[in-house]
Ligand binder design. Structure first.
Ligand code: BES
Ligand code: MN
Ligand code: ZN
Length: 500
């Protein structure tokens, strides 16, 4: 597999839609607004007003109606009205999703050239960026291992039509959106890779390739270096596999950036999670190939952060291991010593993510991080709590966590803040070590987060549990089944925010 970003141009036209040479002009419209699109309706010989009157379309979100252009001297052949839902419910993320839905349907219908008409309120830079992100996300192709019967149809020409005078701001916003969308797709491609292809060493190399450019520096630590650092938790998780553990460190240190803050990003990189000796049931175990989605999100975000020239320092730490049973594997009851010095009694070898993340969070501090954000497919329990609609967000202090939540919401990575009440900590008490690695089923996502907090050194810290959101279990109008790239956009935008 290759991780090269597929890079495309998105043309920006200014003013009159009539001169735009495209196969499909896309006109977004709110619920109830369609009957009023009389100018557009004229171009279609009155068809839009007819279908609005007959209630064939009403502007529900993702609803798409295609019809030929027959009048008005347009160069385009067809027009699509896409529903945005009620104007009162409208958000930036709805714009992004509507753009994805149009892109996916255009590919499905093999329409090679598409131009989006940026009508108000979809004409602000934030909205245009979201549109570009959405359309780009729709370009993701998951059939890379298919040797027959696979049609990876691509939209050749994408364009946005903006009001006169708005071109240069629009070009910047759309370019930003495309870059962000393309790095999301790189992360999704990695998530899709099976465990036999994406072994620990291959994954580390791929992340290093991603970080090869735009002034980033990258280092891969091997098992010997990890041992020197005393990373007993990462080494312990990795010791059951023939594929040795690794740790990838990526730094963004723009010249002239202040010494502080340093944003520390940490992403779980389990290339396959069998559960280890506490082995998982066979059903759905194949899904555990994406247990590195947090790590892929962090590396992809780092490259976008560098390409878009975030003005602050960022350091990324991605611990990588394969969680396997075997003669060398750790056993339930084993005690591991973390790099921070704390000892952990491993009650369940399937609670491996928090172990490798604990050492990585500690290391991010050694490298100077002043604020920590980790992202991980950490617990089935978060899936039980929040389903696939929102990621779990944990952390401290509340202002920092709320900032991450707001940024994530606008970025289309919806999160819900979960509590970290001290009483839950009782569940992590060990008889023989500093703590156990699982607090059992009650509040499982919370006790996992509390375990991580033990390794944050009291720094501002946010933890995203993406076990329910990293993989779409069924196809939705704006997102096909498969890897979602959740978190990438949030981490990027965080580096441009005022989080200090
Ligand atoms: N990688 C899993 C979590 C997961 C579950 C991700 C479902 C995606 C979908 C994690 O390593 C794990 O196995 N967690 C255990 C923890 C338990 C043993 C305390 C879990 O959630 O069951
Ligand atoms: Mn596990
Ligand atoms: Zn796992």
């Amino acid at each position: 597999m290759n991780v090269a970003r597929k890079s495309k141009q998105m043309d920006v036209f200014e003013g009159d839609c009539k001169s735009v040479d495209t196969d499909l002009l896309v006109v977004p419209a709110f619920e109830g607004e369609i009957a009023g699109l009389s100018e557009w309706s004229q171009a279609t010989g009155g068809e839009i007003e007819r279908v609005a009157a007959s209630k064939e379309i009403g502007g529900k979100i993702y609803e798409l109606f295609l019809t030929p252009i027959v009048a008005g001297g347009y160069r385009a052949h067809r027009l699509a009205v896409v529903g945005l839902g009620p104007s009162t419910d409208f958000t930036i993320d709805r714009a992004r999703r509507a753009a994805s839905a149009v892109g996916l349907q255009a590919r499905h219908k093999k329409i090679g050239r598409v131009a989006w008409v940026a009508r108000p309120p979809i004409d602000s830079p934030e909205m245009l960026q979201a549109i570009a992100e959405g359309v780009t996300l729709a370009e993701f192709d998951s059939g890379v291992y298919k040797t027959f019967g696979h049609d990876a149809f691509e939209i050749r020409d994408l364009a946005v039509v903006v009001n006169s005078g708005a071109r240069s701001a629009a070009v910047r916003a759309i370019e930003r959106g495309r870059i962000i969308g393309e790095w999301c797709n790189v992360a999704r491609r990695l998530d899709n890779e099976p465990g036999n292809a994406l072994t620990t060493m291959v994954f580390a190399d791929r992340l290093a390739e991603i970080a090869d450019g735009d002034g980033l520096t990258v280092r891969i630590l091997d098992e010997k270096e990890l041992a020197k650092l005393g990373m007993g938790m990462l080494l312990g998780v990795g010791q059951g596999s023939h594929n040795p553990p690794r740790m990838v460190v990526i730094r963004h240190e723009p010249s002239g950036a202040a010494k502080s803050p340093v944003l520390g990003l940490v992403g779980k990189g389990i290339t396959f999670d069998t559960g280890g000796i506490s082995i998982k049931p066979a059903e759905n175990m194949e899904r555990m190939k994406d247990d590195m989605a947090g790590g892929a999100a962090v590396a992809s975000a780092m490259r976008a952060i560098a390409e878009l020239k975030a003005p602050i320092r960022v350091v990324a730490v991605i611990p990588i291991a394969e969680n396997m049973p075997g003669g060398h594997a750790i056993r339930p009851g084993d005690v591991l010593k973390s790099a921070s010095g704390k000892t952990v009694e491993v009650l369940n070898t399937d609670a491996e993510g928090r172990l490798i993340l604990g050492d990585a969070l500690w290391y991010a501090q050694q490298l100077g991080a002043t604020h920590l954000v980790d992202i991980a497919t950490l617990t089935g329990a978060i899936n039980v709590a929040l389903g696939r609609v929102a990621s779990g967000l944990f952390g401290t202090p509340p202002e920092f966590v709320e900032l991450v939540r707001k940024i994530a919401e606008q970025a289309g990575d919806r999160c819900w803040i979960m509590p970290l009440f001290e009483e839950y900590k009782d569940q992590l008490r060990s008889e023989i070590a500093d703590m156990v690695n699982t607090g059992g089923r009650p509040g499982g996502a919370i006790t996992a987060a509390l375990f991580l907090r033990e390794f944050t050194g009291g720094l501002p810290w946010a933890h995203l549990d993406i076990a329910g959101t990293a993989w779409a279990e069924d196809t939705r109008p704006f997102m096909p089944k498969g890897p979602t790239g959740v978190g990438v956009r949030t981490l990027i935008e965080l580096a441009f925010s005022e989080f200090r």
